[in-house]
Design a protein around this ligand. Structure first.
Ligand code: MTE
Length: 334
């Protein structure tokens, strides 16, 4: 039986709370919204990622020599709009789940990844494909069409954020590698680097389920859905290490644990992959992991969520995280 840490990362202490300056920044956004006569829920906001990035230099977490760096910022796909303000870039960068680096803290990950090299990086595409191949990440990204999308992101732990991801549709990659018709699922395997990721070594590996590497999976129908994104960037720039550099899966209608970070292998397989959290605690983390306010987690309700960094305001959770229009058909029984 895997060992699960007793204290969960989202139970942050006051000392670890987001710096006041960042919190104030969030308050300013709300005040401006109120002044504009909009309360609580905001309409879609025009978004200029270049201007935003210039104004908000990041604390840390940048990749050294990020792949395809000249491709940012990418063109915006305006089809996916938000009903709430974007999360401050620095807030998102300083509140993370990345169990390879810490099983207890969310607010320290950005520091813990500092010495972790993400270059060179290759991604193996294998399993049921006619031509298995290992791509250098720069070459792979250059073969794909990058775009920016604003997505809500809902963690199973009930915190949420709204972020501009840059990436390519997984569907485009699938069209490139032409998996065999016998493939029913896609398996995503993430990095192993015990030298830099403390939870992957020694005694710590026992306290973090001891089942590295982190693996996730999707059905082929989910993988080829238009919404499924392979993120390579965030806030108009190459993705930060704490968000899963250099390649991370984004499936916004599912709980965040499906979004495997720092992927090294993508395989087409003919059975449901054994995934990290589902293997660790199947009764709490199901394979499907679709956001659903009516299905409580075994230890807490999923009816509401809070947007980081403000825990005091809870809002209703939406079925499929509000993306039912695009994905509900995937789950209709024949
Ligand atoms: N990927 C890996 N490799 N390791 C992890 O611990 N945590 C998952 C997911 N992907 C995780 C991972 C969980 S639980 C969440 S909520 C999201 O990453 C958090 O992404 P963020 O830190 O960019 O917000």
């Amino acid at each position: 039986m895997p060992m699960i840490p007793r204290r969960h990362g989202w139970e942050i202490s006051d000392a670890e709370a987001t710096p006041e300056s960042v919190y104030l920044n969030r308050r300013q956004v709300l005040t401006q919204a109120a002044a504009a006569g909009i309360s609580g829920v905001l309409a879609f906001q025009p978004w200029n990622s270049t201007a935003w990035a210039a104004k908000n230099p990041l604390v840390t977490g940048k990749q050294a020599n990020p792949p395809a760096a000249d491709k940012y910022p990418a063109g915006k796909n305006t089809m996916y709009t938000l009903d709430r303000p974007l999360t401050d870039e620095r807030v998102a960068a300083m509140f993370n789940n990345f169990y390879e680096f810490s099983t207890v803290s969310k607010t320290n990950i950005w520091k813990l990844v500092e010495d972790w090299p993400t270059n060179p990086w290759t991604v193996e595409i294998g399993g049921l494909v006619p031509k298995p191949k290992t791509y250098d990440i720069d070459d792979l990204i250059r073969k794909m069409t990058l775009e920016e999308r604003l997505y809500r992101h809902r963690c199973v732990e009930a915190w949420a954020m709204a972020v501009p991801w840059t990436g390519f549709r997984l569907k485009e990659l699938i069209e490139l590698v032409q998996p065999l018709s016998s493939a029913t699922h896609v398996k995503f395997t993430t990095f192993m680097d015990p030298g830099h990721a403390p939870s992957q070594r020694g005694i710590w590996s026992l306290f973090s389920s001891g089942m590295w590497p982190y693996v996730e999976g999707l059905t082929m129908a989910e993988a080829t859905n238009e919404m499924t994104l392979m993120a390579t960037g965030i806030y108009g720039r190459p993705i930060l290490k704490q968000h899963g550099a250099p390649l991370r899966l984004v499936v916004p209608w599912k709980y965040g644990y499906k979004g495997a970070k720092s992927i090294v292998k993508i395989e087409f397989v003919k059975e449901q992959p054994k995934t990290y959290w589902n293997q660790a605690v199947p009764s709490e983390y199901d394979f499907l992991a679709n956001v659903n306010p009516k299905i409580p987690h075994r230890r807490w309700s999923q009816e509401t969520e809070w947007m980081i960094p403000d825990r005091s305001v809870r809002r209703p959770t939406m079925l499929y995280n509000g993306y039912g229009e695009w994905v509900a058909h995937l789950y209709k029984k024949a």
